[in-house]
Design a protein around this ligand. Sequence first.
Ligand code: AMP
Ligand code: ZN
Length: 114
Amino acid sequence: MDCIFCKIIAGDIPSAKVYEDDTMYAFRDINPEAPCHVLVIPKKHIASMDEINAENSGIVAKIYEKIPEIARLGGAENGYRVIANCGPDAGQTVFHLHFHILGGKTLPVHLCNE
Ligand code: AMP
Ligand code: ZN
């Protein structure tokens, strides 16, 4: 499958690993918008939030259980923000479900730029 995040999981594209287990892989965003900018992805290919269902939602639950630890490992020691972009209006560019963890500085209070 032609998915860059599947290739990162397979080790075919290099990445800066922050955390890994059987379910998920976490690595630093190549274009960081904060001192801590980590992406957490399921090892199973799920295209977006729109593809979450009763069969695979346990994966998302496991990711959320781990996010506090991954945020700490990524350098967010004073709070963090979790973002999942879904579809064109949200500007999703990679169609493998991913959760951005942003922190390491005081983030802007607004949730979008307008
Ligand atoms: P989104 O716009 O929510 O789909 O986010 C995709 C994110 O993936 C962007 O923040 C990119 O900087 C990031 N990204 C794309 N390619 C890579 C890569 N090879 N390694 C790390 N992060 C990447
Ligand atoms: Zn994928």
